[in-house]
Write a protein that binds this ligand. Structure first.
Ligand code: KIV
Length: 284
């Protein structure tokens, strides 16, 4: 039985009911299917795919075409979870028209239900324009990986009074501009809890402590699935990397030892064909 699709209004209701929202990234059909079967509320097609799937060392090289390609695969699998797709680097920093067009492509071609973009006051006009156009927008403040070079690395944000106050201000400005939810990344727990109680929209934390309205983590990180980074805030729920490596190594060994394929993995020809091929008098 398919359950009703999760909407942005449902997420708001979960916050009101103080029920934590579970969000995870997914980048392809199988990961989205497994996430959905596990019951997540929101699937994020994060531009983190640049690192965990495409092998870049940051999210910066990820393009609109990459995002569309992966969003299409995810939305083919996700029937219940709300699919949010990231707007990649520089896709919302040109004209407002261009930004709305890019956001719209993720919904119209990728079939996502919403987009996410990084930044504070500087992205407020884009948020407003997208929302006016009927595109639900999730904000993303704190550590914003697309600005990694400007931030000087992947560092915790909002540790001092000035930067904590700025994050609080940005959260309110984005809420006022119409975001339906906010991601808060790598922010001290006390600051994140204060921000979460200061806005009515759900705040989804990553490395932001337990006081947020929900949590998001990267699929490959919680599974240790060939993920090279191990940030403090990630909890590893399984080690599928080891399982996969051992399984593939066993396959390689069996191929080399000629123990795979066994008879049960092969197809048999008819007696007549066998007689024809291998019987007396047939010269291949
Ligand atoms: O791209 C991503 O995976 C993200 C999460 C870290 C929130 O933006």
């Amino acid at each position: 039985m398919t359950q009703k699709p999760v909407t942005t209004a449902d997420l708001r209701r979960l916050k009101e009911l103080r029920q934590p929202i579970a969000m995870i990234t997914a980048y392809d059909y199988p990961s989205a299917r497994l996430a959905e079967e596990a019951g997540v509320d929101v699937i994020l097609v994060g531009d983190s795919l640049g690192m965990v799937v495409l092998g870049y060392d940051s999210t910066i090289p990820v393009t609109m075409e990459d995002m569309l390609h992966h969003t299409k695969a995810v939305t083919r699998a996700a029937k219940r979870a709300l699919v949010v797709a990231d707007l990649p680097f520089l896709s919302y920093h040109g004209s407002l028209e261009e930004s709305v067009k890019n956001a719209g492509r993720l919904l119209q071609e990728g079939l996502a239900k919403a987009v996410k973009l990084e930044g504070g006051a500087e992205v407020v006009p884009v948020v407003r324009r997208c929302v006016q156009a009927g595109i639900p927008v999730m904000g993303h403040i704190g550590l914003t990986p697309q600005s990694v070079h400007q931030l000087g690395g992947y560092k915790v944000q909002g540790k001092d009074v000035e930067t904590a106050a700025r994050l609080l201000r940005e959260a309110r400005e984005l809420e006022e501009a119409g975001v339906f939810a906010l991601v808060l990344e790598c922010v001290p727990a006390e600051v994140a809890a204060k921000i979460s109680e200061s806005v009515a929209v759900p705040v989804i934390g990553i490395g932001a402590g337990a006081g947020c309205d929900g949590q998001v983590l990267v699929f490959h990180d919680i599974l240790s699935y060939a993920s090279e980074i191990k940030p403090k805030f990630v909890k590893q729920y399984a080690d599928v990397g080891t399982v996969i490596r051992q399984a593939v190594a066993a396959y390689v060994a069996e191929v080399r030892a000629r123990t795979f394929p066994a008879a049960e993995h092969a197809f048999a020809a008819s007696e007549e064909t066998i007689e024809y091929l291998y019987g007396k008098g047939v010269t291949p």
